[in-house]
Design a protein around this ligand. Structure first.
Ligand SMILES: C[S@@+](CC[C@H](N)C(=O)[O-])C[C@H]1O[C@@H](n2cnc3c(N)ncnc32)[C@H](O)[C@@H]1O
Length: 787
């Protein structure tokens, strides 16, 4: 017997939990508790003989030990002995701990084609037991409906009230934390002083806007593929989180947010899987073939009759089947895909009315994380016609995209591009953001994290120019295409991580900031990044341009006009760190809120990334459709190539290029743009904005208005603390630092605020929620910040 280290985690492991407390959890419950708990834990964490004690203030105290054994017999013996032994009358809970199976045991041949429990060999009994033991901690009565739509039991008005109350608490946290973060030598800002008059809120909270559609509103449903509690191959939702040890998948029965069309396709796919020769994904061993199933729907144009079934508007359906093709013969796979496409086509045709079916795409994801990187290979399958053949033409392989409409604009969407899941509510969200942004023809609008360009494009007619920034390459291509489709010619989309490109973009369009501690502090923002401790790190980021790219000609020409669409060269390297210091390169979890069931159960929380293939293609020049250029120029040949080294040493090496955008290219010398009104609308993923982006926005004095759209109010609060708290000349960096790893997001934001360059803070002006996710606890929050 030995205590566990990461390297040894491949042996049989049990976890023992000894409770000294009245609550069986080592995780603090509320955000407040979390803050206190993590602080206390940081202070009291200690290790003894492999047993990690985590205690959280008086009430909570639990010792957890992971013990590693050589074999299953030893585990059984140990459990028996431990169960017989009581420790001073205190309860010892024992469970098999899931090993980290990043070393995959692929007993090829033995794991395929088994009807149930495939992939579980004898040695793996412990893991099987593990599922049942730990699942024992999860109420057996939990249904997919409970997990996916936990508010569905409430009438809709009560759901809204529930969300409103919860958001009020979250907003108050912003005031409390900003007050704490305010330097001693600086008077509290007006908005904090006034908060007392409005119950501690940082600004007026204008309530929650209801969703125009409450049931079946999701235009995208991501189903897990796995086994039900009864061992049946199932397409549906996981009954809990992988971290809770739950791997069972249940059919999406009575989940009111899921559309009828999606449910029907889930059934068709599930029926097909019963006879498939390939195994479904095993979340314990990370083996199997069929992993995930996504249904995306596109609507016809025109105003929805909200009293009608929203489904009547669905004109297009894209099916995305995620597989893991490791160890699978191409020929066999091809046969299986043909059978699958037939099953979908027949199933769709036999429904009454027949289901739309526009495109079938296979996504090959070989990593173990549930979140597939955006660059996973995609294969578009021909859709057989009614006669069962797959002749080209109507039934041939289609381009993998579907279309939807927002504010009468047509959006063309590629399989992995983000699109708000509740289209009609999103329309209201964007319109609210546009109203609050007070746009005018003299506005230059930065649409940060722009996805397929929805916000910028729907607001383009109200502004002088839009610059969208987005890291997903195909989403940027979609955005450009969408601009053309809709004949919009004042939008430019830049492909790159916002943290990599924001410094250069602000300098290019707004000129060098004059404010002390300005964005040039981030100027190096092209290649210098602050880590969670506030220290600079150059290890992963560079913004590079192609020496020969047209941008140079523009930039070098001092009379360059910003309306002319420059061709950006931006590229992202390697690994970013999120607020928790975790690798986030591909953990771009968007606000799909609900398929969280699938996503948040990400196996082992390991994100596998290959940044060399995650290169971001240069932004292409986007010309007005009126010029007859329907296709974006492909500048693929200019894509920079990098060696794939970041996985080994956290760094990427440039192999074919040595250019650097700013100094060498003279972009910083480009004239500031003539727009008088500079506004940013940011709509980041759940994790919030990268600190570099926050710093750049805050320290550039020309940005006077910022509309923050957030699918995660917690990260909005954290980011708003940094944007709205006054800073002092005297750096308080290091003061009161209790170790960022144990801080809450708000605590970390407070800490980071201390090293924010002296700059005028924003103030929260108003906030409002928009309910895009009825029946779930989630919603979108919009906050207007001004200065
Ligand atoms: C919540 S979505 C919003 C998309 C878009 N605004 C919309 O409403 O459809 C967040 C978007 O941010 C993108 N994203 C995530 N991290 C990013 C980063 N570091 N830099 C730029 N874009 C990022 C994602 O690819 C995704 O498209």
């Amino acid at each position: 017997m030995e205590t566990e280290t990461e390297a040894e985690a491949t042996k049989e492991t049990i976890v023992m939990m000894k409770e000294d407390i009245d609550r069986p959890s080592i995780i603090p419950q509320s955000p407040e508790e979390k803050e206190q708990g993590t602080a206390a834990a940081a202070a009291e964490n200690r290790t003894s003989g492999g047993i990690h004690y985590k205690s959280a203030k008086k009430k909570k105290r639990m010792a957890v030990a992971f013990v590693v054994f050589e074999n299953v017999e030893q585990v059984k013996d140990a459990i028996k002995i431990l169960n017989e032994k009581s420790d001073g009358g205190k309860q010892i809970k024992i469970a098999n701990a899931t090993r980290r199976s990043n070393e995959k045991r692929r007993a090829s041949g033995t794991t395929q084609g088994l009807p149930v429990n495939e992939g579980h060999d004898e040695d793996n009994d412990a893991a099987d037991n593990d599922t049942s033991v730990t699942e024992g901690l999860v109420p057996k009565t939990r249904s997919a409906r409970d997990v996916v739509t936990p508010l569905a039991h409430m009438p809709y008005p009560d759901q809204l009230e529930h969300k409103k109350n919860s958001l009020l608490q979250t907003l108050k946290r912003l005031t409390r934390n900003a007050r704490k973060a305010c330097p001693d030598a600086i008077p509290l800002p007006e908005w904090i002083l006034k908060s007392r008059e409005i119950g501690g809120l940082p600004c007026k909270f204008e309530g929650i806007m209801e969703s125009p559609v409450v049931d079946g509103y999701r235009n995208k449903c991501e189903f897990s593929v796995g086994y039900s509690l009864q061992g049946k191959r199932t397409v549906g939702f996981m009954l809990g989180n992988f971290r809770e040890g739950v791997t069972a998948v249940e059919e999406p029965v009575n989940c009111p947010n899921v559309s009828r069309i999606s449910c029907k396709y889930a059934v068709i796919f599930q029926n097909f899987l019963q006879s498939s020769v390939f195994p479904v994904w095993d979340r314990i061993n990370n083996t199997g073939f069929w992993r995930q199933f996504t249904v995306r729907e596109g609507r016809n144009p025109g105003q929805a009759d909200l009293h009608e079934n929203p489904e009547t508007q669905i004109a297009e359906v894209m099916l995305i089947i995620q597989v893991c093709s490791l160890d699978v013969a191409d020929e066999q796979m091809k046969i299986e895909f043909t059978r699958m496409a037939q099953a979908f086509a027949q199933g769709a045709a036999s429904c009454s009315p027949p289901l739309p079916l526009t495109t079938i795409v296979v996504q090959d994801h070989k990593g173990i994380s549930n979140a597939a990187p955006a660059d996973c290979p995609l294969l578009s399958l021909p859709i057989p016609n009614m006669n069962g053949d797959s002749s080209p033409g109507k039934s041939g392989a289609m381009e993998a995209r579907i279309h939807d409409y927002i504010s009468n604009l047509r959006f063309s969407l590629s399989p992995t591009a983000f699109f708000q899941v509740n289209t009609l509510a999103a329309e209201r969200l964007y319109s609210l953001a546009g109203d609050w942004a007070e746009l005018c023809p003299d506005t230059l609008l930065f649409d940060i994290c722009c996805g397929t360009g929805t916000i910028g494009l729907t607001l383009a007619h109200r502004v002088g120019m839009v610059i969208g920034v987005e890291m997903n390459e195909s989403a940027v291509e979609d955005a450009q295409r969408n601009a053309q489709i809709n004949s919009i010619d004042n939008c430019k989309f830049v492909c790159g991580k916002a943290e990599d490109v924001i410094g250069a973009l602000l300098r290019e369009y707004l000129g060098v900031a004059q404010q002390r501690g300005d964005a040039s502090a981030v100027s190096g923002s092209n290649n210098v990044k602050e880590d969670a401790n506030g220290s600079n790190s150059t290890k992963t980021e560079k913004l590079l341009v192609d020496e020969d790219a047209p941008v140079d000609a523009h930039a070098a020409n001092s009379s360059v006009e910003v309306e002319k669409h420059l061709c950006e060269r931006s590229i992202t390297l390697g690994v970013s760190e999120n607020l928790d210091g975790e690798n986030t390169t591909n953990s771009n979890k968007d606000c799909d809120n609900n398929d969280s069931i699938a996503d948040e159960s990400s196996n082992h929380e390991i994100i596998v990334t290959n940044s060399s293939t995650n290169f971001l293609k240069s932004c292409t020049e986007c010309r007005p459709a009126s010029q007859g250029n329907k296709e974006c120029t492909d500048v693929n040949q200019d894509i920079l190539k990098f060696t794939d080294t970041n996985k080994q040493n956290g760094e990427c090496k440039e192999t074919s290029h040595d250019g650097h955008i700013s100094e060498e290219k003279g972009i910083k010398d480009a004239p500031a743009c003539h727009f008088k009104d500079i506004v940013a609308i940011v709509d980041p993923p759940r994790v919030g904005l990268h600190p570099t982006v926050i710093k750049a926005l805050r320290t550039h004095p020309r940005i006077r208005r910022l509309v923050y759209i957030s699918c995660n109010p917690e990260s909005l609060v954290a980011n708003a603390i940094e944007l709205c708290t006054p800073t002092s000349d005297k750096s308080e960096k290091g003061k009161g630092n209790r170790g960022w790893r144990s801080m809450s997001a708000a605590g970390l934001a407070r800490h980071r605020t201390k090293s924010m360059p002296s700059s005028e803070p924003f103030r929260p002006v108003r906030a409002m929620a928009v309910d895009l996710f009825p029946h779930t606890p989630h919603c979108e929050m919009v906050m207007l910040l001004e200065r």
